[in-house]
Design a protein around this ligand. Structure first.
Ligand code: GTP
Ligand code: MG
Length: 528
């Protein structure tokens, strides 16, 4: 993905802010080194911006014996720096100041106590002679690294013998590929080369620099001994110093490097990150429902309704038997907070949930590069420990009424059933009275008939038959009602489970995706 040029480059302020936020967002996701580096850049930029912008700190850096101190003297027209034959010579950096007013805090921050004022113009140039970067002395290398990271402009002093040394190219020049605007490379000691070799040597050096990613960086052939090329170098530095922008170009290059290190590759343009929409999948809901025992609960809802329906509308003669049996829903102890008696998820169910979670993670992270993809997958599982409890609560809430309200027809059927019992009892008493009168040989009562059937018999048998028929009919209704309630409960439970999955699985994954898109956007802005 190529970074499109923005119409108006973002300000350094915006880019620094973006880098700081990108570092915070990358915390725990990307390598700590890149995150720390980005934070160090932000901190350094904050410090440098608070110091003199009227001064430009220029460092002469290079291998031991390349002639940094000699060039320092040649540029400043002094003998301030010790030029030695024993290597290494320079142990502590020192500064030559052209116009020292107001440079104190900047030099304090650079931690360069050795300072000399150069008489003459007060351009604001601060020239620093550094120790050798390839030193056998660790303290020298530390000093060099500290100052190379902090100064506004870098002059790499190479010499004909060592200009191709891997040390300077690999350790310094290549990582500073984004700093070509604040860098000058000089090939010192050209007086030691036959004239015809100078150009060839400089071309060779340019080729090496291009391979380092530093194509177009100014390369000058100079001699600190004869003074050749020194005025040109001085003029080049003066141009940079008079612009008073090297400090901000340097910080901008630092921000770009740090942003690139955070991204590791070319960052996408802001707002161009493809982020998948993650939703609760059907497979996930199904797996969670199975593992949470939803089918058992739904079945119990249907059975409970039938159980209570029969208890309310069954044949009164036998319905009390039904009351002795427990309600199938209550038997599951689904009340909130209580330990339910739902069977624990089987290994197959657990692994189905696992697969569903993995699928969600894979779908969510599909268009996201590593290591963010891993972070998204982790996020999808980050709260999976909470699933069991949350699902239990959802089931408890969905069935909290436990038993549904009694439908009105139960009352009607119940009353009808009592009427059938009343008819039976009336018929039975009537028959008993008749039987007693007969037994006592008393004159019998007149017995009205329905067709040819006597009334008491009709009442007794008809009541019994009607009771059984009503009970049978009610069973059909109860069965249908149970099914309906089970469907409603299933729907409610599905909605509840989707909500739990949304909260505990999808939202963390989405949050991580948003974190990634924000990060990508911030990095792209910082790198612009
Ligand atoms: N012929 C020639 N010799 C030079 C030139 N510049 C420096 N030298 C010599 O190279 C040797 C090292 O010079 P320095 O200026 O001390 O080198 P340096 O880079 O400061 O070395 P360190 O302080 O050890 O890092 C000295 O003997 C200088 O006289 C040059 O342009 N031409
Ligand atoms: Mg020196």
């Amino acid at each position: 993905m190529k970074l499109p040029r923005r119409k108006a480059d973002a300000s350094l302020d915006d880019r620094l802010e973006a880098l700081a936020e990108a570092a915070d967002l990358a915390e725990g996701r990307l390598g700590q080194e890149a995150v720390d580096h980005a934070r160090a850049v932000v901190a350094r930029a904050g410090a440098r911006r608070g110091l003199s912008v009227e001064h430009t700190a220029v460092a002469l850096a290079g291998a031991t014996g390349s002639g940094k101190s000699s060039l320092f003297n040649a540029l400043s027209g002094t003998e301030l720096a010790t030029v030695g034959v024993t290597r290494p010579t320079t142990a502590k950096a020192q500064a030559a100041l052209w116009g020292p007013d107001g440079s104190g805090p900047l030099l304090d921050w650079l931690d360069v106590p050795l300072r000399h004022t150069v008489e003459g113009d007060a351009s604001g140039l601060i020239l620093l002679d550094l120790p050798d970067h390839d030193s056998i002395e660790l303290s020298h290398r530390r000093e060099v690294d500290r100052l190379v990271a902090a100064v506004d402009l870098l002059v790499w002093v190479l010499d004909p013998q060592k200009y191709a040394d891997a040390a300077v190219h690999e350790r310094y020049l290549r990582p500073l590929a984004r700093h070509r605007d604040v860098m000058v490379v000089v090939l010192n000691q050209v007086d030691r080369l036959p004239e015809r070799s100078v150009k060839r040597c400089l071309d060779d050096l340019r080729g090496l620099l291009a391979a380092d990613g530093l194509e177009g960086v100014p390369v000058l052939g100079v001699s600190a001994r004869t003074g050749e090329g020194v005025p040109e170098l001085r003029a080049l530095l003066d141009r940079q110093v008079s612009r008073r922008r090297a400090w901000s170009s340097r910080l901008a290059a630092d921000v770009a490097s740090a942003a690139a290190a955070l991204w590791a590759d070319t960052p996408p343009a802001p707002g161009q990150v493809a982020v998948p929409e993650v939703a609760v999948s059907r497979a996930l809901t199904r797996a969670l429902a199975q593992a949470a025992g939803v089918p058992v609960v739904i079945e119990a809802v249907a059975k409970s309704h039938r159980h209570r329906s029969i208890a309310a509308t069954g044949w009164p003669v036998t319905r009390w038997l039904r009351r002795l049996r427990p309600d199938p829903l209550r038997r599951l102890h689904l009340a909130k907070g209580a330990r339910s008696s739902l069977p624990a998820a089987t290994a197959v169910e657990v692994s189905a949930v696992d697969t569903a979670l993995r699928d969600v993670g894979a779908a969510a992270s599909a268009t996201v590069p590593e290591p963010w993809a891993t972070a998204v997958r982790h996020a999808a599982r980050s709260r999976s420990e909470e699933l069991t409890d949350a699902l239990d609560r959802t089931i408890a809430a969905a069935t909290s009424g436990g038993v549904s309200s009694a439908p009105r027809w139960w009352r009607v059927a119940g009353t009808a059933q009592w009427l059938t019992v009343a008819a039976m009892v009336a018929g039975a008493i009537w028959l008993l009275v008749r039987f007693a009168l007969d037994y006592l040989m008393l004159p019998g009562l007149p017995t009205p008939t329905v067709g040819r059937a006597p009334w008491p018999t009709v009442l007794l048998l008809g009541g019994a038959l009607a009771g059984v028929l009503i009970a049978a009919l009610c069973r059909v209704f109860a069965w249908a009602g149970g099914r309906r309630r089970a469907r409603r409960a299933a729907k409610e439970l599905r909605a509840g489970i989707e909500q739990v999955a949304g909260e505990l699985i999808i939202t963390p994954a989405r949050d991580e995706l948003s974190r990634y898109t924000r990060f990508a956007d911030r990095v792209a802005l910082a790198a612009s």
